[in-house]
Design a protein around this ligand. Sequence first.
Ligand SMILES: [Zn+2]
Length: 504
Amino acid sequence: MLNFPVPYHGELVYSLVARAGIHMGVISPKQLLDDVFGDRKVVATVDLPCHLNKISSHYPASLGLTVSRLAYEHTLFPLYAPFVREDIRRRCLHWMEGKSLGAIHMALGVSASRIRQDRSLRYCPQCMNSQKAKYGEYYWDRKWQVSGSNCCLEHGGLVDASIERRSYHRHYFYALTSKCTQSVIQSNLIEEDKRVTRQVNNLLMKVATKSPTFDQWGVFYRNLAIDSNCTRGEHIQFDAIKGKISSRWSVEFLNRNGLSLSDNQSCWLRTIFRKHRKSFSYLEHVAVLDAFLPNGWNIADVLEEVVRLSAPPSKGKGLFSNEARLKVSSQEKRDLWERYLKKFGVKQGRCKGGGGLYAWLYKYDRDWLLWVNGRYQKHIDVKNTRVDWGERDLYVVNELNIIKQNALQRSDAPRASKNWYLFQVSKTSTIAKNMGKLPLVRLFLAKNVEDTATYQVRRILRAFLSLKEDGSLVRGWKLLRLAGLSEGRLTKKAKRFLKKTITD
Ligand SMILES: [Zn+2]
C-alpha cells in the first residue's frame, strides 16, 4: 500500500489506520480493511490491536517500524507486558503480530480485570490544538486512553469524545476530528490523577524488555514490607500496609479504579504481598508503590530493580520450594493437559483421567491453566466454600445500581445488556459463572437489561436531540446515520419511534 502514513509520537495503531483511510480518501470501512489488512474481519481495537505484521509491511525496512516497536510505541502493550510472565509476554507479541481472537485480552487480564475500561475514547483539547499547529491534523494519542490515568500532565483533565471504545460498528476506525469533541472547559489537575498518570507515562516510555518472574515480584514486595516496618517476624502486617494505602489514596479513588480494600483473604492488597501466583495490573502496582516509595519514584527504576533480584534458594519449607519441581515437569504437564482439553474439554478432561494432572497444574501453574482452559471455552467448576454468596449478592446488586445510575445520566451509554452490566462489576467472571447463587443479581438483570428495541430508540432520540441542537432539519436518513443504525436492522418499535420524530 503506497503512502501509508507514518505514526506520530504516541499515536495508536487504531488512529493510524483511521488516518490512512482519510489520506487515501477511502470512505467504505470494508474497503479500508481490505486495503490495510487484506482481511475484512479485522476488529478495530484501541488498546491491544493484532495484525501488526500487516501494518509493519506497509513501511520500508529502513524505518525500523517492526511489530515489536509498533506494539511498544503505538499500543497500550507496555502497560501490561512488564507485569505478566515472560512466556506470556512473548506469546502476546506473537498474537499481536498476527491474530489473537481475543486471547491477548484474556492473557493480559484485561477482560477479567478489576480495572474498569472507560466507555469513550478520550482527548486533551489543548494537546489537540498543538497537534493541529504542528502536523495540520489530529490523532488519537495512546496516553489519553489509559484507564485510571485521567489527565494530561500539561493541560488538565481528559475529556470524553463522542466515540465509544467498543463501538457498535466493530470494524470502523474513527479518526479524531473536531466532530468527535465537545465544547467543555477542561477540568483542573487532581493530585491523585497526576500521580497515576506520571507512572503510566513512564511505563509507556519503556522499551521491550524481559519481564520479571513471579518469584522476583514476591521477593520485591516482601522486601518492601520489611523495609517499611510492616512485618513482625516472618509475618506481613496487613493492617499496617492497609493503613499506608488508605492514607495515600482516597476511598473514592480506590473504588473508582476497582482497588477497594477489604479484610477478605483474597483482597488484592493482601495477595500482592504474598507469593505471586498471578499477575497484578499496572494500577495495583502503582497504588502500592506510590504509598511506599518516596516522592519522585519511577516505575521504570522499580522494574529494573525487580528483574535483577534473585529468588531465595529452595528449602524444604521455603516460600518457593516448589519452583524447581515446577520448571522440570511443567512443560510436559502442560502439553499433556492440552491434549486432554482438545479431546474432552475441561470438565470431561478431569473425569477421564486428567484429575491429578489438573490438581497439580492448579496448584503450581494456575495462571497458565486458567488461561488455557479459557481458550477451550469450557466451564471450570472450582468449588469455593469461602465465598459468602448472600453477602456477595447484596454487594453486586449495589454495584449494579451505581452503574445504572451513572448510565442514566448519559444518553450515549452503550446498550445496557446483561454482559455490559456484568463486565463492570468486580470479579466479573466469578459472578457470571455463579448466577445460580445470586438471586438478587438475577432479579436486577431481569428488570434492567435493555433490549435491542429500547436501545435503538435511545440512539434515535440522542441523534434527534443533537440535530435539534444544531438547528438542522430532522430527516430520516440523517437521524439513522447519526445514530449509526441501518433501516434494515431496525426493530418495529424503533421504526414507529423514528416515524414520529422525523419531519419529512
Ligand atoms: Zn494536553
